[in-house]
Design a binder for this molecule. Structure first.
Ligand code: GDP
Ligand code: GDP
Length: 455
């Protein structure tokens, strides 16, 4: 309907765009120095990634949103990986395992000027086993004379090598076209095949907050299946655990249990692991060590889960260790440092004593319910009408922009698109978001609000 100056097509287009579900995930993998980060920079078209980083400087950002030919996807950059004490083969393999596991398709970058190395061959074996679509990027082909080097990479048995110069941009467009062909429209493993199956939980948090202790506590009480899903690793990756009479799938438990002691790159390794788990999960249970000050690293993990659009529960672990004083400061820290998830259900637990374990499931269910909430259009517009009448947008330049109508374009997490008669300021958007939460709940879920302005 031509509503208040928006034509039907425009409205439909906006709803479709705002309502996109979870994005498919593309992982960029390969040995150090083959040009992964350079390629990621080129694809996301920003100078935000990592090439400038010096060795030893850890990066926490591993996923980026990207777009090519009008299609959006998530990019997992493994370029920050550093060779660790296990040696180059083991570290590249471990990195590749996590990235492949989380991905819907993979770009495997090989330095064409060097040719395929033994390490590359090892990654090829992992890729074969995983069975995910692969696009082979023959990088550092800066000019026509390098094409022969690219051709030689047919020998890897991964199909056509795409000659690319990540540095200069040569060939990246053709390669990305191949990527889009390989990439499913939506992330299959999380939301396709999993529909109707057990809900997927990622247990995340910085090292030593008690993830493996908590997992052991809940799993030992009532384990259903171990080794449920072999994935690409030798260890079980996902585990089915019965809690509160319901079977849940804890994703990436191998990552939690694995006791690999890494020196260089350990933080990055943890970030990649967290990103992989979050991508696969519907709900993230974020563990915080309440005996220690809430850190920047805790905040980054929270941001990762929020940006991924997952349902969120925050569990404050090691509650058995708290004294009065620490408890006082913890509450202050939560208010100031974790304000971005003030809407998340909270549980105060102890993996050691088992305190409040029974509160975990209700919190998870609350968060998932918020995540799946759909507000009927009629109710939403009645609410918008009241808000706009009672709290109009401030007048700017003699005009008063107004929210005309809105609709919920999608769920998991809830996504809204509002149609307005003029530019809506950030402060007013935040106000609307706050009121949406007050009215409709959305406990435990991020929400997205986009605004379309009438031309
Ligand atoms: P990563 O470790 O795989 O992420 O590799 P980087 O992206 O950090 O690149 C390693 C080095 O290779 C850097 O010095 C880059 O400038 C260089 N490099 C990356 N892509 C290309 C390319 O297409 N051509 C050339 N000549 N050099 C490149
Ligand atoms: P992860 O690195 O997050 O998997 O953490 P771990 O499960 O390995 O735990 C790190 C340390 O914290 C271990 O020494 C645990 O025994 C200890 N820990 C874990 N949970 C609790 C808890 O609830 N209370 C206390 N006091 N210690 C805990």
């Amino acid at each position: 309907a031509a509503e208040e100056g928006f034509d039907a097509e425009e409205v439909e287009g906006a709803i479709e765009e705002a309502g996109h579900g979870p994005l498919p995930v593309l992982a960029v993998i390969g040995r150090p120095n083959v040009g992964k980060s350079t390629l990621v920079n080129r694809i996301i078209g920003r100078r935000e990634a990592v090439v400038e980083d010096r060795p030893g400087v850890t990066r926490d950002r591993v996923t980026y949103e990207a777009e090519w030919s009008g299609r959006r996807f998530k990019l997992v950059d493994t370029g920050g990986w550093e060779q660790d004490v296990l040696g180059i083969d083991a570290s590249v393999a471990a990195q590749a395992e996590y990235a492949i596991e989380a991905a819907d398709a993979v770009v495997f970058v090989v330095d064409a000027t060097v040719g395929a190395t033994d390490t590359d061959e090892a990654v090829v074996r992992l890729l074969r086993k995983a069975g995910k679509p692969v696009v082979l990027c023959a990088n550092k082909v800066d000019g026509p004379s390098g094409e022969a080097d690219a051709t030689a990479l047919w020998a890897l048995g991964l199909g056509e090598p795409h000659p690319v110069s990540a540095l200069h941009g040569r060939g990246t467009g053709d390669m990305l076209d191949a990527v889009l062909e390989a990439l499913p429209e939506a992330p299959a493993q999380t939301f396709g095949t999993a529909i109707g199956g057990p809900r997927r939980i990622a247990l995340i948090g910085r090292p030593n907050v008690g993830k493996s202790s908590l997992l052991n506590k809940v799993a030992n009480e009532d384990r259903v299946v171990v080794n449920e899903l072999a994935g690409t690793t030798r260890d079980p990756v996902d585990e089915l655990i019965e809690l509160g009479g319901i079977t849940w799938k804890f994703v990436d438990t191998a990552g939690i249990r694995k006791r690999v002691h890494l020196q260089q790159g350990a933080d990055y390794y943890a970030s990649l692991r967290t990103a992989a788990a979050v991508e696969k999960a519907e709900v993230a249970v974020i563990l915080i060590d309440s005996s220690e000050s809430i850190s920047v690293q805790d905040q980054r993990i929270v941001t990762m889960a929020v940006e991924a659009g997952r349902a969120i529960v925050v569990a404050y672990n090691k509650w058995d260790t708290l004294d009065e004083e620490r408890r006082y400061y913890l509450e202050r820290e939560i208010e100031t440092e974790l304000a971005q998830v003030a809407w998340a259900p909270r549980v105060n637990v102890s993996a050691t004593t088992g305190r409040h374990m029974e509160k975990l499931v209700p919190a998870i269910e609350t968060a998932l319910a918020g995540w799946e909430t759909r507000v009927p259009t009629g109710r939403l517009n009645a609410f918008l009408g009241e808000i706009v009448a009672a709290h109009p947008h401030p007048v700017r330049g003699g005009k008063q922009p107004r929210i005309l109508f809105g609709t919920q374009a999608g769920t998991k997490p809830p996504r809204f698109v509002f149609f307005a008669s003029g530019f809506i300021e950030a402060g007013y958007r935040r106000f609307l978001e706050r009121r949406l939460r007050e009215e409709f709940g959305f406990e435990g879920t991020p929400i997205h609000v986009s605004v379309r302005v009438r031309e």
